[in-house]
Write a protein that binds this ligand. Structure first.
Ligand SMILES: [Zn+2]
Length: 361
């Protein structure tokens, strides 16, 4: 893996909070599975086209994000590598239940820990493709991602969470509850152990705007476009677009609920989503959550982002601190689209980020 320019990083003793992402992945195991669904201990492969799968975790391993698998005549292309070496290994193992062909390409939709920290366990011959910004982040050129607030805010709570479950375990006699708790503790302990072994591994092929891979499939070829539509969830998101099949994998640029915004370009994101809508697709595979049909949910996110930006700017102009603004901001006009909005307030990490962008402007 030397050619991928791995950097050694301090393995900080971090641990994973019971985050939104985990809960989402635990809940995405399909109940009414479409025909051809392949389920392994750790993963569910939901077919959305010929040899094209949306890949979700079952909860048996904490993977924290979705992935995508595209099978060609001779080889495989994977999108996103999950949250840790352990989760990345589980993905590689699970893929063997779908196809014995080798993985040739791994695409990172963005640099975030939960999509790219499985990179290091993919074999050396696998080409890792991502935006130039993703490489700069994962190579350490822009600082150590393991010391960033995003990584820390999603991981520092895990030891406490494990302790809490252990306390619960010690105080219950109920057999079912004990079995469940023991399983959850084992999952989070394995996750915690694996976080300590993360060596951020950047893409070795970068793109600035777009590129296409022509994957050979029986009876012809398939174009796989990797496209940067503008800044949004991070400074270097890419989507994976199959124009013939009208399928797109969006990573966290578009998810069916409120995405994390701690590194987002909130002001530019709606325009980037406009570019997304201009692509001709019918099926959207998000980086978290289940398959989305159609484009209506993109309008909802655009509207939320526009209002979040405007409301935050107004509160900042009134002299509120970002903490105060995060507590007071009223986004309840969007609660019909986002039921988790139950009153005033928004994620403080999103509001802090908007303050930072306003200060830079
Ligand atoms: Zn994510």
């Amino acid at each position: 893996m030397n050619n991928k320019n791995r950097i050694k990083t301090l393995a900080i003793g971090v641990a994973m909070a019971a985050s939104v992402f985990t809960l989402v992945n635990l809940s995405t195991a399909q109940n009414n599975a479409p025909t051809g669904t392949i389920e392994t201990r750790s993963h569910v492969f939901t077919p959305v086209g010929e040899g094209i799968y949306h890949v979700t975790g079952t909860g048996a391993v904490n993977v924290m994000s979705n992935a995508m698998l595209i099978e060609g005549e001779h080889d495989l292309l994977v999108v996103d590598s999950h949250v840790s070496p352990n989760a990345g290994m589980a993905l590689i193992d699970a893929i063997k239940s779908v196809s014995a062909k080798p993985v040739r390409y791994l695409i990172n939709t963005h640099y975030h820990f939960d999509h790219a920290h499985g990179n290091q366990v993919f074999p050396q011959e696998v080409e890792i493709i991502g935006h130039r910004y993703t490489r700069e982040k994962l190579s350490g050129e822009r600082g150590n991602v393991l010391e960033e607030s995003t990584f820390i805010s999603f991981t520092e709570g895990v030891p406490g969470q494990i302790e809490q479950m252990q306390a619960q375990l010690a105080s219950t006699e109920n057999t079912d509850e004990r079995v469940q708790l023991q399983a959850r503790i084992a999952v989070q302990q394995a996750h915690l152990n694996s976080l300590a072994g993360i060596e951020p591994t950047p893409p070795n092929i970068t793109i600035d705007d777009s590129m296409s891979i022509y994957q050979s499939v029986r009876g012809g070829g398939r174009e796989i476009q990797i496209v940067h539509l503008g800044r949004g969830h991070t400074g270097g998101d890419v989507v994976v677009f199959l124009p013939e099949e009208k399928i797109i994998y969006t990573g966290d640029l578009m998810v069916p609920f409120l995405p994390y915004m701690g590194d987002a370009h909130v002001d530019e994101w709606p325009a980037t989503l406009e570019n997304l809508k201009a692509l001709d697709f019918a099926t959207l595979l998000p980086g978290h959550g289940g398959v989305v049909q159609g484009k209506e949910r993109i309008d909802m996110l655009q509207a939320y982002l526009d209002d979040l930006w405007a409301n935050t700017r107004a509160l900042k102009q009134r002299g509120l601190s970002y903490e105060q603004a995060a507590a007071e901001i009223d986004m309840t006009a969007h609660s019909g689209n986002y039921p988790q909005i139950r009153g005033p307030g928004a994620d403080v990490r999103a509001i802090r980020r908007i303050y930072q962008l306003l200060d830079e402007a």
